[in-house]
Design a protein around this ligand. Sequence first.
Ligand code: VG1
Ligand code: CO
Length: 542
Amino acid sequence: MIRTVKTTPYTDQKPGTSGLRKKVPVFQQPNYVENFIQSVFDSLEAFQGKTLVIGGDGRFYNREVIQKAIAMAAANGFGEVIVGQGGILSTPAASNIIRKYKAFGGLVLSASHNPGGPHEDFGIKYNISNGGPAPEKVTEAIFARSKAIDSYKIADIGQVDIDKVGSVKAGEMTVKVIDPVADYAELMESLFDFEAIRTMFASGFRMTFDAMHAVTGPYAKEILENRLGAPNHTAHNFVPLPDFGGHHPDPNLVHAKHLFDEMMRDDAPDFGAASDGDGDRNLIIGNGIFVTPSDSLALLAANAHLAPGYKDGLKGIARSMPTSAAADRVAEKLGIGIYETPTGWKFFGNLLDAGLATICGEESAGTGSDHVREKDGLWAVLLWLNILAVRKESVKDIVTKHWAEYGRNYYSRHDYEAVETERANAVVDELRARLSTLPGTSLGALRVAAADDFAYHDPVDHSESRNQGIRIMFEGGSRVVFRLSGTGTEGATLRVYIERYEADPAKHGLDTQQALADLIVAADEIAGITKHTGRSKPTVIT
Ligand code: VG1
Ligand code: CO
C-alpha cells in the first residue's frame, strides 16, 4: 500500500560541496530523511519504471535510511532499486553501478571522511545518470523543493532483506541486492595490468593499506589480496564499522599518522596507502616520502600511459582551483587541455562527459578518471601500483625525478575547524571587500600580483559558479587561497591553501612548512585569521 504522508519543511536541507551532511540526530528528526528524499524525487523527471541505485559507506544510520529510501522509491514509481549487499557501496562503486546498469540515478549515503556514530555525521547525495554528483542546477532545485514540501510518498513494504544477494519484490518494484565489490573489481581489471602488479607482489614488493574501518575494506581485500596476490594482512582495518572504530576515516597526515610513521621507518614497506569513509579519497606514501595529492595528480597524469586503460594518452586534465599547479605543467608538456574548476567533484562531470578531460584531481586527496564520475581511492592506488610495476623504481625516485623535470610545487592546506560561523564569514567578507586594493601591495618580500574571488564558467553547459574561493597571487607564482568548507557539520571550517613553485632541484629537499613559512605569515596578515578567529594555529595541517 502506498501512503501519502503530510509533512512540514525543514529550512536547512541545502546540499553542500558533496550532498546534504548533518549530525545523525538532525537526520533522525521526524520526516527529515523522508523530506529530503522526496525533495530529490520531486526535482527529477520521468523516472517512472526506471532503476535507482542505493548504497552507502556502512556508517551508523545507513541501514535505516536505506529501508526508507527503498520504500519511497517504490511509492514514487521507480521500477527497480539496485542496492549493495548489507547496504554497502563505495562512492566510486555506486558511480560505476549507475553507469554500467544504465540507472536513472542513485542515492549515495555517506558523510565521507567525517566520523560516524549516533552523535556523529551522516549524509545523503543524489547522483545523476552519468554516475556523477548532481550538478548545482539540480541541487538548487532540491533545496528549493525542500523548503516547500508538504507531503511525501512511502510504500508499506516492511523491512526488505538487503543481506542476501538476489532479487526480491517490494510492492510493484524489484529490489536487486548485488555483491558490492564484483563489478568494481572487474572494472579495475579492465584498466590496469594486474599481471604486472601480481608479478611485482610475487617478487617481494611490500605494501600496507589502511581501510580505516570504512567502506574500502572489502574492496581492498578482494582486489589487493585475492586478485593481485598481495600477502594476507596487506589490508588493515578492513572490516567496515558503523563508527569507523571511533576514528575519523580521513586519510590525511593527522588521522592516518600511524601509517605515515610506519612509512618513515627504515624497514618501511615499499608503498603505503589509505582511503576514506566512502572510498573516494586516497593517501599515497612511499618508503620515506609522503606524496601530496596535488603532486600525485601530476604524477599519475604524467605516467598514466603506462597502464593499459590509458595507453592512448589523456584528453586533458582537470583540477580544482585550490589544487596546486603541478598538473598544469604536465598538461603543458603533453600538449593537452588543463581545466580549473571549483572545489567538488560535481564540476568535473561535464568535462569528463564531453571528453575534454580524462584525469581529474583535488588537493583534498581525491583523484579519478573518466572510468566513473566520482573520485576513486582504490583506482589511484592501483594506478600507482601499475606505474611502480612498470617503472620498477621506488616512489621516492619517481617523485624526485618528476620534480627535477617539472619543478616542485610546495603545497600545504591549513584548516581552522569548528570556527564560529560569524567569525569565519568575517574573514572572507573582509578579504572580499579588499580584493581590488591588494594588487601592488607588499608583505615582506612578497608582492601581490593579482587577487580575485574565483568564478567558474563551465565550458560545456555555460553555467556560472561564483564566489568559489579567494585567490591571492604573488609575483613569481606563489599563492594563497581562502575558502570556507561546504562539508562540515559544526560551525565553519576555514581552509587556507598555500603554494610556492620551486624550479631549482637543489632546493627540492626542504621541509614543506619551512618552504612556505613566509606565505603562511602573509596569509595570516592579509586575512587577519588570528584576529578574527582567535586561533593562533590551524586545527589540521595537511
Ligand atoms: C571537501 C574537499 C573537496 C571534496 C569534498 C568532498 O570539501 O575540500 O575537495 O570534493 O570535501 O569530498 P569542502 O567544501 O569541505 O572543502 V568527500 O571525500 O568528503 O565526499
Ligand atoms: Co569521501
